[in-house]
Design a protein around this ligand. Structure first.
Ligand SMILES: Cc1cc2nc3c(=O)[nH]c(=O)nc-3n(C[C@H](O)[C@H](O)[C@H](O)COP(=O)(O)O)c2cc1C
Ligand SMILES: [Mn+2]
Length: 471
């Protein structure tokens, strides 16, 4: 049974000891930062800060703080990487359309006019010491509609507090929200675009917003697929957008396409402070919220909940796309590489095959912004076993033959490996770590056989007791 709302998911986490309530008073200026930082490093439980100094709204963080939390969010028993990824792909390949309902818990309170004040629902959490201010959206799920196709999107884009009714909104190039804004500006020059933000939803919506998913359909349908039940949506008070009926908090407002303001700094997912840059501005019009709302956020960084949130979805998207190429066996995005790196195992099928795989990752309109490094290995190498991958790179690669570099590819602007002035563009490297069978055969030879003698090993294993060695 799908989770009805965030509260039901929290109850399941709590029952399993994966959520702790902190009753002691915490200062949002620094303590939530410190506690969530320690818990991310030590892979601890989710936390509900019930007593935030100077505010009556509690703060939840770490809801998807470990892979175990992620598996529970998707109601998957398995923690095995491959089964989780395969199941993600299966569900997203079977989307279920959402259901529109007249009203829902997110409409229990409607704050308009002067009462539409971000401070009413947001304890000003300073997630990192050097951030440009408190961030309202570290888990703000931003809803927009494609003005041409009508497909509705949900994307997670950070939002810095500016005033009681304004926040920054960083929608990087390549993101669906930014593409909607660009189309809107072309079709309706000078007019603001409606935007809604959901905070505190059931976990499938959260994961879909954090994950890159191809349109059509939109995230609302993918959420149905992920939770295996339709998502219930209600219409916004001020515009045509539809938002999850059971969300804790909905911010309704608009973005003026031509308005860009300084935003940040902010501690980002590669683990570094990202300097001030320009971003759009969200203008709040109306807040709707549940009674006794829970504010949902997370401390971005490395390691972080944020990195876990989008990782499975990006790995799944890469697998969905690459498995259409004959010979692709498995795909993995190692979590510590924060979606900069993709490992693909293949049955090499024709000359130039590996280069085509690497280039198809870099050239894909959605994957292009993420995977900067692509490693291709033979099908007998386990892409989820770092030791296997290291061995393949060490023993199969001639750097002058097998390393590809592509200049001036796009990136989200957060890669700290070069100064800010060069951000948004990056070179990419790909490594062909498959055995160079073709080169051997061109010389009339065969590559060396593996020396692991599986038949002999199996014979010995079958009579292992004979040797009296206890392992
Ligand atoms: C915690 C978290 C914070 C994120 N912050 C931003 C952000 O500020 N700007 C951005 O463009 N992408 C951000 N992302 C990445 C996008 O959410 C992700 O690429 C997603 O696919 C975007 O949705 P879209 O594909 O519908 O555009 C963030 C992801 C996570 C998990
Ligand atoms: Mn999207």
């Amino acid at each position: 049974m799908a989770y009805r709302d965030l509260r039901q998911f929290m109850a399941v986490l709590e029952k399993k000891g994966l959520l702790v309530r902190v009753k002691a008073e915490v200062d949002p200026a620094w303590e939530i930062n410190g506690v969530t930082n320690k818990l991310a490093v030590e892979q601890g439980p989710a936390v509900l800060f019930e007593n935030v100094k100077g505010h009556k709204v509690p703060v939840l963080a770490g809801a998807i703080g470990t892979v175990k939390h992620l598996a529970l969010a998707l109601e998957m028993d398995s923690l095995g990487g491959k089964e989780m990824a395969t199941e993600w792909v299966r569900r997203t390949e079977h989307p279920i359309p959402p259901k529109s309902v007249k009203t829902g818990p997110c409409k229990e309170n409607i704050l308009t006019g002067d009462k539409a004040d971000i401070n009413a629902i947001f304890p000003p959490v300073q997630w990192h010491e050097e951030d440009g201010g408190p961030f309202v959206g570290t888990l703000g799920l931003v809803v927009t509609k494609d003005p041409e196709t009508g497909v509705q999107n949900a994307g997670m884009y950070r939002m810095m507090y500016r005033t009681k009714n304004e926040t920054g909104l960083l929608m990087c190039y390549g993101q669906h929200g930014q593409r909607h804004l660009q189309k809107w500006q072309r079709l309706y020059p000078g007019k603001p675009m409606p935007v809604a933000v959901a905070i505190g939803t059931e976990p499938a919506y959260l994961l879909a917003a954090a994950s890159k998913l191809s349109h059509p359909p939109g995230e609302d349908d993918y959420v149905g697929g992920l939770r295996q039940e339709p998502l219930e949506l209600v219409k916004c008070e001020t515009c045509h957008l539809q938002v999850p009926a059971t969300a804790e908090i909905i911010l309704e407002g608009e973005v003026r396409p031509e308005q860009l303001e300084p935003d940040g700094p902010f501690g980002e997912y590669p683990g570094y402070m990202a300097a001030e840059r320009s971003a759009n501005v969200f203008h709040l019009k109306v807040i709707t919220h549940r009674s006794n709302p829970i504010f949902h956020g997370q401390r971005e960084g490395w390691p972080s909940e944020g990195n876990i949130l989008w990782w499975l979805g990006l790995e799944g998207l890469a697998y969905s796309k690459l498995k259409k190429i004959p010979g692709v066996v498995d795909v993995h995005a190692p979590l510590p590489a924060c979606c900069f790196k993709l490992i693909v195992s293949v049955r090499k099928s024709w000359p130039g095959y590996v280069n085509e795989i690497i280039q198809s990752v870099w050239g894909d309109v959605e994957l292009a912004y993420f995977f900067k490094n692509v490693v291709v290995v033979d099908e007998d190498v386990d892409v989820r076993n770092p030791a296997h991958v290291e061995w393949a790179i060490a023993t199969h690669v001639q750097p002058d033959r097998d390393i590809m570099i592509a200049p001036r590819c796009p990136e989200l602007g957060l890669d700290p490996s070069q100064p800010i002035s060069r951000r948004g563009w990056t070179a990419k490297w790909g490594v062909d770590a498959t055995m160079p069978v073709e080169e051997y055969r061109a010389e009339g030879a065969e590559p060396p056989a593996l020396c692991n003698d599986p038949h002999i090993k199996a014979r010995v294993e079958a009579q292992w007791q004979k040797y009296g060695i206890n392992l």
